[in-house]
Design a protein. Structure first.
Length: 96
């Protein structure tokens, strides 16, 4: 079985133990400043709940931090990815 013959979510499950972690990390590779859950999900049609777990895991290991500003809508939680080679690797893995 080649890497290209399995889907991104299956690859993510095998590597990270979470079907959506690779998608979340690939989306974070595109972030230049800060982001929130709505912006990360974009128009993918996915439920926000599938991204929350991976974001909390990334935050727990220091790869993501909250980044609230005084004028933010308090209903949204803002994040800033920490510098890491993981983001580019995830983009590459998700594109195969």
């Amino acid at each position: 079985m080649t890497a290209g013959s399995i889907g991104v979510r299956d690859r993510s499950k095998r590597i990270f133990g979470n079907r959506y972690m690779l998608e979340v990390c690939a989306a974070l590779s595109e972030v230049t400043e800060r982001t929130n859950l709505s912006l990360l999900i974009g128009d993918s049609g996915l439920s926000p709940s599938v991204y929350v777990g991976p974001l909390h895991r990334l935050e727990g290991v220091g790869l993501m931090r909250t980044d609230a500003h005084a004028d933010d809508d308090r209903r949204e939680r803002w994040y800033r990815p920490a510098p890491s080679g993981l983001w580019m690797a995830a983009r590459e893995l998700a594109s195969k």
